[in-house]
Ligand binder design. Structure first.
Ligand code: FAD
Length: 512
């Protein structure tokens, strides 16, 4: 099976890695227009504000590391320029040398994301006006700040990106103003809740210009003039436009895929588009709102990651469904945390819903994978730990993963009919391991697979359980039966040391 993926960040990278975990032999190629893959989009404002100082922390994976672990071709600086569903190919442009070539697919996944909305206003496109979407945009803003030392910034737009940037630019010592057409920041919040955000922003010196409309921009020698409708203009050394995002779906449109709100891609609950063998995920797709049941656009990392995973399951013969988005999100506003889920009071009233109620759930463990949980970098991760627990339970329930536990250790360490394998690095192994385990690091497993005896169940361990899970999928894909240690060596070590301390204390007659 040959899988092509357009977009190598949240939805695309997740789908690619999950397909490999489910199918050791699929040929997977990801085309990514920018120079980076699988990066923490949500950390970008924090790099600008020097909270994250190492660019390496933004880009955790490289094409090389991805290939080493997953055998997936990540082709950066490659833009897919058209889709030909009738012959199941895509045309791709190598942005480094201009070469255009055609590539065949059996399954195509689109996860191209959304682009910053660019209003047709005079002055959009001038040098000191920035938008923030990619790592390259981030470096551009950071370079401008480092070189020009701007003292003031206007942020057009008071949503998540505007607020995160405001705080980060303020922390750099800049004078920051947010202009927003509605009379509140953060539209998903009820106005009374937004008031608390406003107070917190003002308390930290951010100027709020609420209920004002930006009409255009004029470049000045010493900065930018921000033109406001019916009001005097604002002056700043730089401007960031963050008034929302628009699905980046030109490819899908030209290929004749059915489109919905703001030309987003229409998908069913298996994330299949209207054209056979083409799937789509993330900010580019139209979803069902979990509360209202209406069509909606929800641009958040959690849904994109989940949808990528669902596509991978379905491509690999499963039947996973996306239940809809609840719009759960969270943001740090200086010393305050603001979070929202579902719909706000205004929208509930518009939909004719009673608002003085709560969202209740009666869940079983596998349903944890479907929870729509909030994420921003200071809190949690895009693959939320609760969802991750649900994913793991789902894998166990479906038989994709079998486990072994601490209480099995005495039995298996005496059993000559099993293979014991520790897949951590050599250094980690040397710092401590369980007697009887052989060490082959996960990234060397494919090359050294002949060292593992066939026909015997393989009992795996790593530090936390993640690498041994990947190892189990590699081995299962090559005909082995595997069991993964639940909790990892870190858990084993902590429990065994704790028990030893307790035993020693008893032996010495200490009173714990
Ligand atoms: P993306 O992750 O944007 O990936 C799309 C990729 O496709 C891009 O890299 C693009 O270059 C590539 N691409 C597009 N077209 C082509 C083509 N034709 N050929 C090749 N490559 C192509 N969400 C949260 O939940 N919490 C947050 O705190 C948060 N903070 C954010 C902060 C910022 C600054 C930004 C920009 C977004 C933030 N988000 C946050 C939103 C979150 O990052 C997105 O919802 C998520 O990344 C969407 O995933 P995706 O796979 O649809 O698109």
């Amino acid at each position: 099976m040959k899988v092509i993926i357009v977009g190598g960040v949240a939805g695309g990278a997740t789908a690619a890695a999950r397909i490999r975990r489910l199918n050791e032999h699929a040929e997977i190629t990801v085309f990514e227009r920018s120079g980076y893959i699988s990066y923490a989009n949500c950390g970008l404002p924090y790099y600008i504000g020097d909270v994250i100082t190492d660019p390496g922390e933004l880009t955790l994976q490289t094409p090389e590391s991805f290939f080493k672990r997953f055998h997936i071709n990540m082709k950066i600086h490659h833009e897919v320029i058209s889709i030909h569903p009738e012959r199941k190919t895509v045309s791709v442009k190598n942005l480094e040398n201009g070469e255009i070539f055609e590539e065949k697919y059996d399954k195509l996944i689109l996860s191209p994301g959304a682009k910053p909305t660019q209003p047709r206003l005079p002055g959009v496109g001038i040098d000191k006006l920035f938008t923030l979407r990619t790592v390259e945009d981030t470096f551009r803003i950071k370079e401008y700040i480092n070189k020009n030392h701007p003292k003031s910034a206007v942020l057009a737009g008071g949503g998540f990106i505007g607020l995160e940037l405001a705080e980060n630019l303020m922390e750099l010592g800049m004078d920051v103003t947010i202009v927003q057409r509605p009379k509140q920041l953060m539209n998903p919040f009820d106005p009374d809740m937004a008031s608390m955000i406003h107070n917190e922003m003002r308390k930290h010196g951010i100027k709020l210009v609420l209920g004002y409309t930006v009409e255009g921009f004029k470049e000045k020698d010493n900065g930018v003039e921000v033109l406001l409708k019916d009001n005097p203009s604002l002056q700043a050394d730089m401007v960031v436009l963050a008034i929302g995002v628009t699905p980046d779906t030109v490819l899908a449109k030209e290929a004749g895929l059915e489109l919905g709100i703001k030309e987003s891609i229409v998908v069913n609950d298996r994330m299949e588009t209207s054209v056979p063998d083409i799937y789509a995920a993330g900010d580019a797709v139209q979803v069902k709102h979990y509360v209202t049941g209406n069509d909606a656009l929800i641009s958040l990392a959690g849904p994109a990651n989940k949808q990528g995973r669902i596509i991978a399951d379905n491509i690999c013969g499963g039947d996973s469904r996306y239940l809809g988005s609840q719009g759960s999100s969270v943001i740090k506003v200086f010393d305050m945390t603001a979070a929202t889920t579902g719909i706000n009071e205004t929208n509930a009233k518009k939909s004719g819903l009673e608002v003085d109620t709560a969202i209740h759930a009666g869940l079983n463990a596998t349903q944890l994978k479907d929870l729509d949980l909030a994420y921003a970098p200071p809190y949690s991760s895009a693959k939320d730990p609760v969802n991750m627990a649900g994913f793991m339970i789902d894998n166990i329930a479906k038989g994709t993963l079998k486990q072994w536990h601490l209480e099995d250790i005495d039995k298996i360490s005496r059993d000559k009919s099993v293979v014991l394998l520790d897949v951590r690095t050599v250094d980690e192994f040397n710092r401590g391991h369980i007697d009887g385990f052989k060490n082959i690091p996960v990234d060397e497993l494919r090359e050294r697979i002949s060292e593992i005896e066939k026909g015997k169940p393989v009992y795996l361990i790593c530090q936390s359980g993640l690498r041994s899970y990947i190892a189990s999928r590699i081995l299962e894909g090559n005909g082995y039966e595997t069991y993964n240690f639940s909790g990892g060596f870190r858990f084993y070590d902590a429990v065994v040391n704790d028990r030893a301390l307790i035993e020693r204390a008893y032996a010495c007659g200490m009173d714990y």
